[in-house]
Design a protein around this ligand. Structure first.
Ligand code: HEM
Length: 84
């Protein structure tokens, strides 16, 4: 399943009930089920949920992490918002 979401829509996914989404580059990742597996801890992912965590992601991980987990967790891409 892949959809196009605005940053505002992603920002609503910040609770475990609704789901926890994280933005890295132009990808949207559903980490709801991944938080307990995350080697960096569940807390940090819950804190970043609903947000663009591109900067933090690349600070702590290499490209290999996204190659390994990306296909499993990616739910969509960030919709370019109209700049009128
Ligand atoms: C799609 C989202 C994410 C995935 C799939 C993911 C996956 C991983 C993996 C596999 C590791 C183990 C280290 C390695 O193999 O290189 C790791 C470590 C870590 N992650 Fe994430 N991560 C994600 C998001 C984040 C975010 C948003 C943060 C926020 C700052 C974060 C912070 C960390 C930290 C601090 C570590 C280092 C833990 C240590 O070395 O003690 N991660 N993550």
């Amino acid at each position: 399943m892949s959809k196009s979401l605005t940053k505002k829509e992603v920002s609503e996914y910040k609770t475990e009930d609704k789901g926890l989404y994280i933005i890295v580059d132009d990808g949207v990742y559903d980490v709801t089920k991944f938080i307990d597996e995350h080697p960096g801890g569940a807390k940090i992912l819950k804190r970043m949920a609903g947000k663009d965590s591109t900067k933090q992601f690349w600070k702590y991980h290499g490209k290999n992490v996204l190659e390994k987990y990306g296909p499993k967790l990616k739910v969509g891409t960030v919709k370019e918002e109209a700049k009128l």
